[in-house]
Ligand binder design. Structure first.
Ligand code: ZN
Length: 134
């Protein structure tokens, strides 16, 4: 796969997330025992340590917590994209997610800005969930 930038490393724990993303669904891990929703996925529930973990499709609604603008390329292939933003969002269902804005950063970006997920199909195999103003 050639996307030009670092791609997911094939972690089997993450595969349901990427499969859902390819089908334009955002998902988080959900504990079958206590219902805790969490991300990134874990072999055991961070709340009750149960190994009974499932995946749940979530609404894609989120609020912006913060963002940072990178002015330095930590990978050479990102040099041409400088400066670029990385954002931290809180999903309506609770978990936090690091992502990017799809397109330019929303002009009215501020903490608490309502966002929604938008899917960026960067190849046949990889679709990245990103966020835009709701
Ligand atoms: Zn649990």
């Amino acid at each position: 796969m050639s996307y030009g930038t670092p791609v997911p490393d094939g972690d089997p724990l993450m595969e349901p997330f990427w499969q859902n993303a390819r089908e334009h669904r955002l998902s988080v891990q959900c504990c079958r025992d206590c219902g805790d929703r969490h991300f990134p996925p874990s072999p055991v529930c961070p709340s009750c340590l149960s190994e009974e973990q499932d995946w749940e499709v979530v609404s894609g609604k989120a609020t912006l917590i913060s963002w940072v603008t990178f002015h330095r390329a930590y990978w050479d292939v990102l040099q041409s994209q400088l400066p670029y933003d990385v954002c931290l969002v809180a999903l309506e269902e609770g978990p936090l997610l690091m992502s990017n804005f799809l397109g330019p950063r929303p002009e009215n970006a501020r903490e608490g800005l309502p966002l929604r997920v938008a899917f960026d199909a960067v190849s046949d195999h990889l679709t990245l969930p990103k966020f835009v103003a709701a």
